[in-house]
Ligand binder design. Structure first.
Ligand SMILES: [Cu+2]
Length: 513
């Protein structure tokens, strides 16, 4: 039987049947013990568990019997972030979770074609938290709605949960390659090559935006040490909305694949066969009937080989591919740009070169932080020559792409979200300079990545923002020649000292031939 995952806002009511059955399934999972593989808390811990936060929020107590050490080693703390395994690992996680809910639904006399709904916050009018998740009550008015959690604070940390459209975008869908380059350049649609990565870096483009943003915007925080469940990877799996968010990210993977000419999943054995093939941990989930489900990324790639589909995988209107748009900006005719972009020989150039970096780590506190990046003259001249060639050559080559890197971002407040601007005039309000916006950054995972323990070196997170459009405009207006970029970080809410946010280095790379 094939199951269709549908848009949660279009099921025909706040408590349409699929939502009501989801709530009953969640309730059944929540009733299970900590050491039961198909229990709610066990599933949250598969993503990640922080014992202090869990205890603080009432998800863990001294009377709980923990799973065996073998079960903990096999299943817990498995989520893949900052890795090309991000998408396939979460796909298998969703499939296994969905099978547990469906099993509970069927056990309660519900439909055996039940499927997990998804939350497409980008659709007009659907940026709010689906109402069934926002109410403490079941539809009949009795309390104890299992879809409701207290620790969900939203973008303004006031309990109003919605996704501000100026903090998210779907630009990742235009990214040509699944696999990114390891350092400095594009992190790819799906991430960079890693082994088993329970918190790697940098995050792939679809992971960084919108995935990470949604986590921080929905979760929010009461204080830097009281994050919303969704804001921290070690608590995120405990919030029932997590699964609808990830179903949407999973759907966007399939949307990206709708352009089959260039948008294909990796075929390298290290990706298709997964970390178990190189002697590391396997991707494995408990499923109903005391069984386990082990899978490889290769098995997750093709939806037609899995037993579910989405009701909508049509690409949102994002205009021409970014490269085409850029070539047109340089005066290359529409037809010629389309031809150049479609040329098979035009594989994504992978040479990455440092253009410049700031000279010291910076702290982000209060309302903003500023720094300057001085560009290396030789590399900058190379970039300028490349951009000029995009206009003058008989057969225009694709212009270099340029990326701003925020390296070794450390801190304790995962819900911190900030916007990054370039060359906004001194004293001006950055909000009035939307064309100078390099991108949005969410620190999902920063607390964990800043800690030194057996799996982390404590070197924090790294973010990569494409600034090709901005650089194009600076080049065309002659201001790139100034040889300096002024970078400004503007948090959505003033950052307290307690959040301890620092950025090790801010650098700029060109990626080209
Ligand atoms: Cu996530």
């Amino acid at each position: 039987m094939s199951h269709t995952r549908k848009n949660v806002w279009q099921l025909g009511g706040d408590w349409a049947d699929p939502i009501l059955w989801y709530a009953r399934g969640v309730k059944a999972m929540k009733a299970r013990e900590l050491n039961e593989g198909t229990g709610w808390r066990f599933y949250g811990a598969i993503h990640g568990i922080d014992r202090d936060l869990w205890t603080q929020y009432g998800y863990l107590s001294e009377t709980d019997t923990p799973p065996s050490n073998a079960d903990i080693r096999t299943f817990w703390n498995q989520c893949q972030h900052g890795s090309w395994y991000f998408l396939p690992w979460h796909r298998g996680y969703l499939i296994a979770f969905e099978s547990i809910i469906r099993d509970a639904v069927v056990g309660l006399g519900g439909p055996d074609d039940w499927a997990l709904p998804y939350w497409n916050y980008f659709k007009p009018g659907q940026d709010g938290l689906p109402p069934a998740f926002a109410s403490a009550d079941w539809p009949d008015g009795t309390g104890d709605n299992p879809l409701f959690v207290e620790q969900r604070y939203g973008p303004n940390n006031d309990g109003d949960i919605f996704v501000p459209m100026n903090a998210v975008n779907q630009n990742a869908l235009g990214e040509p390659d699944f696999e990114g380059v390891a350092t400095g350049g594009s992190p790819g649609f799906g991430g960079v090559s890693t082994g088993f990565a329970h918190g790697g870096r940098p995050h792939g483009r679809i992971e960084q935006q919108p995935h990470d943003q949604i986590h921080g915007l929905v979760g929010g925080e009461l204080s830097p040490v009281q994050p919303g469940l969704m804001s921290d990877p070690d608590t995120a799996g405990l919030d029932p909305i997590f699964w609808l968010h990830h179903a949407n990210i999973d759907r966007l993977w399939e949307v990206w694949r709708q352009n089959p000419a260039t948008h294909v999943d990796p075929t390298k054995p290290k990706w298709t066969d997964g970390p178990a093939s190189i002697g590391q941990r396997a991707f494995v989930m408990p499923i109903p009937g005391g069984k386990t489900f082990a899978y490889t990324p290769g098995e997750m790639s093709d939806l037609s080989k899995l037993d579910y589909t989405y009701d909508d995988v049509s690409p949102p209107g994002i205009g021409p591919s970014p490269l085409e748009a850029r070539m047109e900006r340089f005066g290359v005719g529409v037809a010629m740009a389309a031809e150049a972009v479609g040329r098979p020989a035009m594989a994504e150039p992978k040479n990455v070169e440092l253009l410049g970096a700031n000279n010291a780590s910076i702290r982000l506190t209060g309302a903003q932080a500023r720094t300057s990046v001085v560009l290396d003259t030789t590399v900058q001249n190379k970039l300028s020559a490349n951009l000029r060639a995009a206009v003058t050559e008989a057969t225009p080559a694709p212009p270099d792409r340029v990326f701003l890197n925020l390296e070794n971002v450390r801190g304790v407040s995962d819900a911190t979200i900030f916007d990054v601007y370039i060359n906004v005039p001194d004293g001006a309000n950055p909000a009035n300079y939307p064309r100078n916006l390099a991108g949005n950054v969410s620190l999902f995972g920063v607390r964990k990545a800043s800690k030194v323990d057996d799996t982390h070196a404590g070197d924090g997170l790294t973010f990569v923002l494409e600034i090709s459009d901005l650089i194009d405009r600076l080049h065309l207006s002659g201001t790139l020649a100034a040889g300096q970029l002024h970078v400004q970080l503007v948090p959505r809410h003033p950052v307290s000292d307690e959040a301890q946010i620092s950025i090790g280095r801010i650098s700029v790379f060109r990626q080209g031939d």
